[in-house]
Design a protein around this ligand. Structure first.
Ligand code: ATP
Ligand code: MG
Length: 555
């Protein structure tokens, strides 16, 4: 057992193992394959797979695929990829609720035989009317008293496709006066003449979520069925069904609060809308809070796992600050991302005291605090690029205020020499177009008597650098609770969440970066070689995150 911080679920499991109630635990993660997984699912994955790992148990991946209308194979594939990428492995093959359709059907016949279910022909509107409200009891359906034989006959004919979609349903016969609306004769089966991604046209009736979930748990030997709090009111039904059926075991449901993150939407329906309306470029757009999007953005899986730990697991809901995730990402990358140099807005510097064929190879450390990450060769030649923001024509700026290059003063090139700006030229618009600088002899890696550089700046060698496309990202929403007002969440999309930089010059070694490697571009932030589009002859980097929390200072 690892020394993870304890949460109430871990405590329950510890007790169940200590008392001998269970010899080992078995959990499951049950996504519906109707979209890509998002940060909330990442939390659920970490809880379910994490507890199994912590207590030496196992965790199933089960596709909760009872609604063929909204489900697709591409989502099944992405979900498996995302769970593995997050660092977890499920027990055996992935499971599907549809694997149990025959068993669920047979058990439905049993419920009918025992007088616990009936075929109802109320229209959806009538059904709503009969259901009652939170304060008023419901009314019994006129079909509630059908005889067993008639119910059996109708249900079998529902299955064989005799009736139209929506014309009848199978309902559990529980209690229309129950204070819990979920117990007012809930629907067990609907007619839906729709091809299913797993079972094809074998079925035209599909079991409801409530009827499917607990029985699937029992069939898989799940001990702790962990879900989010919105299922708390379904628990009595979960238990009622388990008590009425000859299931092989009695799983127990536990709920915890959903993860909500500010500046973020976590609803598959809304995320799908962003994709369908072209607000983003697909489910894995680096601005998306999907696992695939965060991966493409360069967020390390371990940072997501750390974040899931940091937010804790409890029954008290709330909204987590996005800054907490960003903190976890920065901490991880600061420790582990190799350093490199990239100039986003290049300004040419010509070294006046070196010939135009001068070239040297400098050894530059890959990580200042971690010598074990080694060094790399970085070329320097007579022509360099520095960032436009690192030069100011006003040499009266104090050293304290501007720790970069000004005419007549010194600055150190990261990993290289000290240079002094001698002169500069401007274009017709007054934009500085070139700097002429002298290199301070003997300044490579050491101080020089009487020369005090204002600071250290990054640079690249103009002869050997490579051109790259860089995509800068900002938060996708500029509102703390973008979906509070319902469906107008699209109006809170940050119009400058994506900025393309086409002028960037990178040090040559970055052409060889393996896709998905994240670097700290010195003084700029963390950038990842795009998973799909980065090529050595056409480099493309996505900004993962800046070095500092700019949102805190904006607020
Ligand atoms: P969405 O609301 O995005 O459509 P969902 O709950 O319908 O999500 P499912 O595919 O049914 O999506 O979810 C699979 C599992 O992930 C469920 O156990 C669900 O409780 C859990 N889950 C979904 N969203 C969150 C969240 N924000 N925080 C924690 N767990 C979540
Ligand atoms: Mg759901």
């Amino acid at each position: 057992m690892t020394d993870k911080p304890s949460n109430f679920l871990a405590t329950i499991i510890e007790d169940d193992l200590a008392s001998g109630k269970h010899k080992s635990i078995h959990t499951r993660f049950p996504p519906e394959p109707n979209g890509y997984l998002h940060i909330g699912h990442a939390k659920s994955i970490c809880v379910n797979f994490g507890l199994a790992k912590q207590f030496g148990g196992s965790c199933n991946l089960r596709f909760d695929d009872t609604n063929p209308e909204k489900e697709e194979q591409q989502y099944i594939n992405s979900i498996q990829e995302d769970v593995r990428w997050l660092g977890f492995e499920w027990q055996g093959e992935p499971k599907y609720a549809s694997d149990y359709f025959q068993q669920l059907y047979d058990w439905a016949l049993l419920l009918i035989e025992n007088g616990d279910a009936y075929v109802c022909e109320l229209t959806p509107e009538q059904m709503r009317e009969y259901r009652g409200t939170l304060t008023e009891p419901g009314k019994n359906s006129p079909y509630r008293q059908r005889r067993v034989a008639e119910n059996l006959d109708l249900f079998q004919r529902m299955k064989s496709g005799e009736f139209a979609d929506g014309s009848m349903v199978l309902r559990a016969k529980i209690d229309m006066a129950s204070p819990n609306i979920n117990m007012r004769d809930p629907i067990l089966y609907r007619i839906r003449k729709k091809t299913h991604h797993q079972t094809g046209d074998q079925w035209c009736i599909y079991p409801s979520y409530d009827y499917t979930h607990g029985q699937s748990d029992a069939l898989e030997g799940i001990t702790h069925s962990i879900c989010t709090l919105e299922f708390e009111d379904h628990k009595p039904l979960y238990e009622w069904l388990l008590s009425k059926l000859p299931v092989p075991c009695q799983p127990k449901q536990y709920e915890f609060a959903r993860l909500n993150v500010n500046y973020t939407v976590t609803s598959k329906r809304k995320l799908k809308k962003l994709v369908d309306e072209g607000v983003v470029n697909g489910w894995d757009d680096p601005r998306m809070p999907t696992i695939a999007g965060m991966r493409r953005r360069g967020v390390p899986a371990v940072a997501l796992r750390t974040f899931a730990e940091m937010v804790g697991t409890s029954r008290a809901g709330g909204v987590v600050d996005l800054g907490m995730l960003e903190y976890a990402i920065r901490e991880e990358l600061n420790q582990n991302a190799p350093r490199a140099m990239a100039v986003l807005r290049p300004l040419e510097v010509v070294i006046s005291n070196r010939p135009d064929d001068w070239q040297e190879q400098l050894s530059v450390s890959n990580h200042p605090q971690r010598p074990e990450l080694g060094e790399r060769k970085v070329a320097i030649s007579q022509r360099l690029y520095i960032d436009q923001n690192d030069f100011n024509t006003d040499n009266s700026l104090s050293r304290k205020k501007f720790k970069r290059l000004v005419p007549g003063d010194y600055v150190r090139l990261r990993g290289g020499y000290i240079i002094k700006a001698e002169s500069f030229t401007q274009d017709a618009n007054g934009q500085v177009s070139q700097i002429v600088a002298s290199l301070v002899e003997g300044s490579l890696g050491t101080d020089v008597e009487g020369v005090k550089p204002r600071g250290v700046i990054h640079w690249v060698c103009a002869n050997s650098c490579i051109d790259a496309e860089i995509r800068l990202y900002d938060r996708l929403f500029n509102h703390e609770t973008p979906d509070k007002g319902g469906d107008d969440f699209l109006q809170h999309v940050n119009p400058s969440s994506l900025q393309l930089v086409s002028t960037a010059k990178l040090e040559a070694s970055l052409a060889q970066a393996a896709p998905e490697t994240v670097f700290q571009f010195e003084r700029e932030g963390y950038f990842v070689a795009d998973r799909y589009l980065h090529q050595s002859d056409k480099p493309l980097f996505n900004m993962t995150i800046g070095l500092r929390d700019v949102w805190q200072s904006k607020a």
